[in-house]
Write a protein that binds this ligand. Structure first.
Ligand SMILES: NC(=O)c1ccc[n+]([C@@H]2O[C@H](COP(=O)([O-])OP(=O)(O)OC[C@H]3O[C@@H](n4cnc5c(N)ncnc54)[C@H](OP(=O)(O)O)[C@@H]3O)[C@@H](O)[C@H]2O)c1
Length: 256
């Protein structure tokens, strides 16, 4: 075991990471945590924000198409000179408060593209580089919505369920080759996207978003940095025997 195994300031020195959706929220926190540990990091999104880590390489791209996803992965490998860590985190959910049957067909297709197929496509484009790495690791960021949620974002939940099935199958195939693959499932986290969705759903239900905390044993929203810490553990040398699991970082929601 390396002497710096537990040194958070150096454990990622020499590692190269791509974080999709790293411009803000959980993705930005993950990217910052990897940077703080000494990694070279590329983040990707359609737009840069004030929260985008300044020391990361920013790659602009839209992950909803096969070409967009592979272009992003190729650019990251080129910019970083290889790849050791891949975090598929980008996602998007547009609530339809009228319920399941009001979600148009195109919305289902869009949801599958960004919340499921983007991860498949980025992963497959990045795999040749990951296979050259010594001890590569992938984390796909899912959602508690992968188990049934009420109607307004069921298209998002169904895409995340597909992501979970894909990820665990991928883990079975890649783990024997030395590439570890895991899922992280956040609970309700304070992030631009998460906060906006919760507000829309709460408005439709005529409640305050804080009232939903009754379903969270710890009775508070999570911070993006709390999710980032677990992602970092999974892709670090500390997680060297962790693969093919779904880790809930959710203040206890998953235990209910
Ligand atoms: N926050 C929560 O409460 C919560 C709960 C459960 C699970 N999660 C999961 O955690 C992850 C991060 O969530 P978050 O709340 O931090 O999200 P967020 O604040 O909405 O940020 C989403 C990120 O994804 C990028 N993105 C969205 N559409 C994209 C596209 N078509 N192409 C490329 N990039 C795109 C966004 O940048 P652009 O829009 O500029 O492209 C942004 O960087 C997601 O996988 C989400 O499902 C979050």
């Amino acid at each position: 075991m390396p002497a710096n195994l537990f040194d958070p300031a150096t454990e990622f020195v020499g590692r190269r990471a791509l974080v999709t959706g790293g411009s803000r929220g959980i993705g930005a926190a993950v990217a910052q945590r990897l940077l703080d540990g000494g990694a070279a990091v590329a983040v990707t999104a359609r737009s840069h924000t004030a929260d985008t880590p300044v020391d990361a390489v920013f790659i602009a791209g839209d992950l909803r198409t096969a070409d967009g996803a592979s272009a992003v992965a190729d650019a990251a490998v080129r910019e970083l000179g290889g790849l050791d860590i891949l975090i598929n985190n980008a996602a998007s959910a547009r609530p339809h408060v009228g319920g399941v049957t009001t979600i148009p067909d195109q919305e289902w297709l869009d949801s599958l593209d960004i919340n499921f197929l983007s991860a498949v496509r980025v992963t497959h484009a990045a795999l040749p580089a990951l296979r050259k790495s010594d001890g590569a690791a992938i984390v796909n960021v899912s959602s508690g919505g992968a188990t049934p949620l009420p109607g307004p974002i069921i298209h998002y939940g169904a895409a995340k369920a597909a992501l979970n099935a894909y990820t665990l199958g991928l883990a079975q195939e890649l783990s024997p080759q030395g590439i570890r693959v895991n899922i992280v499932t956040p609970g309700p986290v304070l992030s631009p996207g998460g906060t906006e969705i919760r507000q829309t759903l709460a408005d439709a239900a005529g409640i305050d978003p804080d009232e939903t905390l009754v379903g969270v044993p710890m009775r508070r929203f999570g911070e993006a940095s709390e999710v980032a810490e677990v992602v970092a553990l999974l892709v670090s040398p500390r997680g060297s025997w962790l693969t093919s699991h779904n880790f809930y970082v959710d203040g206890g929601v998953g235990a209910l």
